[in-house]
Ligand binder design. Structure first.
Ligand SMILES: Nc1ncnc2c1ncn2[C@@H]1O[C@H](COP(=O)(O)OP(=O)(O)OP(=O)(O)O)[C@@H](O)[C@H]1O
Ligand SMILES: [Mg+2]
Length: 235
């Protein structure tokens, strides 16, 4: 489904991603792990078009998406749950979810995720519909960010450190939701620093260091490899 081919991404003169290649098959959950500042968010931003690669290409279902504007990439079925959640603090939950629905690939707005399904997953959001997102807790904001992404009924969900800054209880709840999405065949690319959380969800793991992938394996491989955990994950 997703095919990242030899991507090089820069900020000005600073070369961050080096010939990075990655494939995600439909229904697969792939985790990208790595320490602070190795380029995980830059990879996500390269896929969704915020920082288009200077060379290389990104394909979605065989069609080139690199070079398109972010809104066009979203229209093709890529949804982003950004690092830090990035809410418009002055919008209510209802308004924010409305933005998610605008990004839907389908004219038939009842296909896929609708508000009822969001409330089944996150009952708390029903009570918070008219609250401005700036007044929500971190956990509630993350529920809104995930729901906003799902309401576009994406083919591919990009998750940039969804567990960051959340209490263990909320992380457990999110894990339950992502596990359920996985059983429904939602394809996910998950960037994480919380290694244990990512290993429980992922089918396959890539470890990044200085803008390159240095390791690929199953979660069981990572758990068994003390060298990789120490050198690249700081465990
Ligand atoms: N807007 C920017 N301008 C210049 N350099 C940037 C910019 N954003 C990130 N960088 C640099 O690019 C490198 C990769 O950053 P990136 O945010 O992709 O890392 P990360 O793996 O997501 O880190 P973290 O775990 O802290 O989220 C870092 O050296 C960072 O300082
Ligand atoms: Mg990041």
């Amino acid at each position: 489904m997703l095919d990242v081919r030899q991507v090089n991404t820069y900020y000005g003169d600073s070369h961050v991603l080096h010939d990075l290649s990655l494939r995600v098959t439909g229904g697969e959950v792939v985790a990208v792990l790595g320490r602070n500042g190795v380029g995980k968010s830059t990879l996500i931003r390269s896929i969704v078009g915020f920082n288009p690669p200077r060379s290389g290409e990104v394909l979605l279902d065989g069609q080139r998406i690199s070079g398109l504007a972010p809104y066009e990439i979203v229209r093709r079925g890529v949804a982003l749950v950004p690092q830090g959640r990035r809410m418009f603090a002055s919008l209510t939950v209802r308004e924010t979810l409305g933005i998610g629905r605008l990004a839907s690939r389908f004219d038939d707005e009842h296909r896929g995720w609708d508000l009822d399904r969001v409330f089944t997953a996150f009952p708390r959001l029903r009570e918070r519909l008219n609250t401005r997102t700036g007044r929500l807790s971190g956990g509630e904001q993350q529920m809104v960010a995930v729901s906003r992404a799902l309401l576009g009924y994406p083919k591919l969900l990009l998750l940039d450190e969804p567990s960051e800054g959340l209490s263990p209880m909320v992380v457990d709840q999110l894990e339950g939701i992502f596990t359920e999405l996985k059983t429904h065949g939602v394809t996910m690319l998950l960037v994480e620093q919380q290694v244990a959380f990512a290993l429980r969800l992922a089918d396959r793991v890539l470890v990044m260091s200085k803008g390159r992938f240095v390791y690929e394996g199953t979660p069981a491989d990572v758990l068994a490899d003390a060298g990789v955990r120490e050198r690249y994950l700081g465990l």
